[in-house]
Design a protein. Structure first.
Length: 217
């Protein structure tokens, strides 16, 4: 399966996919890594792995629609089967969604539908939540509002701050990314009319990642 990955920063989830591919744990061709920031460390990760990279800085465009149209052209050039947003800090608009509806997924650091948007760790702590986690969902025109495919959950520890919580969640996010993309490469997941289907059966709640890195209902 051909995958295009969009990043804005460190690219640790991209690295997780690269490692899984190189270790033979997932059959995946990462055809392009696109960043809206020239200083994104994830570009170096892609270069080391021999993956083509492209920089498309949003500051050079008059408005969001122009940027989206240019982004759609770049994504299309690699002829991907799927697109993954892995720390891509831009809202995807209709100029991209119109071409790849049902084929774009995003990792979000919360147990959706809780805490859409930013600062999810602090919001979970402020609410006194006993657990936090990450979700992978199909991207729609609603911010972090697309149908959720999978989640991983971790307990919130007493006295924890947002930095510690984020650090503990990060390796679990990496594992969730690999497990979910593996499901997709095996053609076990699809999105139909804003509903997720797994093995052709409607998903009533997100798949949950287990201790052995498998996803189960």
């Amino acid at each position: 399966m051909r995958l295009c990955v969009l990043i804005s920063g460190n690219g640790s989830n991209l690295q997780a996919l690269i490692d899984a591919r190189e270790q033979g744990r997932i059959k995946l061709d990462i055809v392009n890594v696109i960043s809206n920031r020239a200083d994104a460390r994830g570009l170096e990760r892609a270069d080391r792995a021999g993956i083509p990279t492209t920089i498309l800085e949003h500051q050079g465009f008059a408005d969001r629609d122009d940027f989206d149209r240019a982004l759609a052209v770049l994504i299309s050039a690699g002829k991907p089967d799927f697109v993954m947003l892995a720390g891509f800090m831009r809202i995807i608009g209709s100029g991209v969604l119109g071409h790849f509806q049902g084929r774009i997924i995003n990792l979000h650091p919360s147990l959706l539908p809780l805490y859409r948007g930013t600062d999810t760790y602090q919001r979970a702590l402020d609410a006194g939540d006993s657990e936090h986690g990450a979700s992978i969902h199909f991207v729609t025109g609603e911010l972090d509002g697309g149908p959720v495919i999978s989640q991983v959950r971790i307990p919130v520890l007493p006295g924890e701050n947002k930095d510690r919580l984020a650090a503990r969640l990060a390796p679990m996010e990496h594992r969730l990314v690999v497990a979910t993309v593996k499901f997709i490469t095996r053609h076990r997941v699809e999105c139909k009319n804003t509903e997720v289907f797994v093995d052709e059966s409607g998903l009533s709640r997100p798949l949950l990642m287990q201790a052995d890195d498998t996803l189960r209902r």
